[in-house]
Design a binder for this molecule. Sequence first.
Ligand SMILES: *Cc1c(COP(=O)(O)O)cnc(C)c1O
Length: 378
Amino acid sequence: MSERILLSPPHMSGNERKYIDYAFDSNWVAPLGPNVDSFEKEMADYIGVSDATAVSSGTAGIHLALELLEVKKDDLVFCSSLTFIASANPILYLKAQPVFIDSEPETWNMSPTALRKALEDAEKNNKLPKAIIVVNLYGQSADMNEILTICEQYNVPIIEDAAESLGAEYYGKKSGSFGTIGIFSFNGNKIITTSGGGMMVSNDSYYMEKAKFLATQARDKAIHYQHSHVGYNYRLSNILAGVGRAQLEVLDSRIERRREIFNKYKGELTQINGIKFMPEPKDYYSTRWLTTLTLNPQLVRKNYMELIDLLNKENVEARPIWKPLHEQPLFKDNLYYPHSTDSFSNKVFDTGICLPSGSSLTNEQQDKVIDIIKTALT
Ligand SMILES: *Cc1c(COP(=O)(O)O)cnc(C)c1O
């Protein structure tokens, strides 16, 4: 059997060992250290913000961001529904209550229409959310101008979950730089990886200073280990930050390659009636972290699950779109605001598929994936 073609495997640059050696040579084998300091600075520069805090995962970053915005028990937090569970789990860590917001067809990200409706209702009930978690899905920014305008009207801060959109742009500005706090992930399947890790970014140095404090057990400024606030052990290791530095050097070329992979899928498959790719509106620049498409069941010979099964039988990893969070058993009692009478995220989940999109995918591997799909659907 041929080697399995993966969805989005790690893709090392070759330079990682240089920075790992730097950590070993100086014996900075610990959380924090010079690689962490440099990685934070390099990320802040790349994103175009003043400050960054390296953390042990994207999830930890979202958790800390909610704490920084003083989310407490029974507070409301709005969150995109069409996303990975990690966007919302930290809301539950704080015993706050998520309210889920649908996506819009134009971007597959948070629907400004649904968000406006949810905020109107919240205001009527005298209970506005403490924060809104806006997710940038599959490498593409949400419509941040619209969303920021609405949130400013209600004075609600945004946590931008940019775990999947590192390097993407929206009207010439980098994704992750729009929220009060932005979050990135360096998990193994992301566009660049440290095997595990995350980054918080902000233009508010107070938040970043406090994030560093909370992430290192909230130790007061005293020699005798004094604590007056609950803290976490959430900082990134100096070795892993070294991996991140080398990965960041090649990020732009990784984005180019992912976009090239997307364009080839699109060129080869759009001729199949009923296939539609995730759109990229004008003035958006998606990294195409994952190539995603939907199959119109009225027009295509196989449904999305049949195609996924078929690809997997041929040793090709393909997956459904994220199951919307308002459909998760964990959140069965939480409120949900659809984009219109139709829930768009349900429609995408019921018809969508993610194709192998890693920057290390070879042309031959991609040809194989395309052939399987063409044979199955035409
Ligand atoms: C990967 C991911 C996260 C979590 O990041 P980790 O580093 O795995 O904790 C959060 N949100 C989204 C949308 C993600 O895809």
